[in-house]
Design a binder for this molecule. Structure first.
Ligand code: DQA
Length: 141
């Protein structure tokens, strides 16, 4: 089994970025966490990050026939991007949405998730642990 983990804009700034919300660990720490988690679960993974909506759409399209599932934290594109939603629907791979923060307890504009409409599950507010829960879900599914 091979899982694609996609992280959206500004997640490369983890550690520096609003640490009271997103924590003090860096994006490199998150990549290490995801890779170790997948190794522990006996699955292969690729971790991808982009600040560009089109690059995320391209990556989701590329996942078709190359990956068995997608874990996606679309970051701010969660709340705006119909093209990421459409790409997830197009490839029709099992997908899980992750957010580090508890988006449901934050601003009104964060209450809509387009990508989430194409995901089987959402884990939010668990920090890095959300990625582990998402990977476990895909493996056990
Ligand atoms: C986020 C939540 C989004 O609302 C925000 O725009 C992000 C990160 C999270 O992981 O909590 O960039 O997806």
């Amino acid at each position: 089994m091979k899982i694609l983990i996609i992280n959206g804009p500004n997640l490369n700034m983890l550690g520096l970025r609003e640490p009271e919300i997103y924590g003090r660990q860096s994006y490199a720490d998150l990549c290490t966490f995801c890779e170790r988690t997948c190794t522990d679960l006996g699955v292969a993974c690729e971790v991808f990050q982009s600040n560009h909506e089109g690059a995320i759409v391209d990556k989701i399209q590329m996942a078709y026939a190359n990956f068995d599932g997608i874990i996606i934290n679309p970051a701010a594109y969660t709340h705006t991007s119909v093209s990421i939603l459409d790409a997830l629907k197009a490839v029709a791979l099992p997908a899980v949405e992750v957010h580090l923060s508890a988006v449901s307890e934050r601003e009104a504009f964060r209450q809509i998730s387009y990508a989430g409409l194409a995901c089987e599950k959402t884990f939010a507010g668990l920090g890095f642990e959300g990625y582990r829960r998402a990977a476990e879900y895909l493996v056990n599914r």
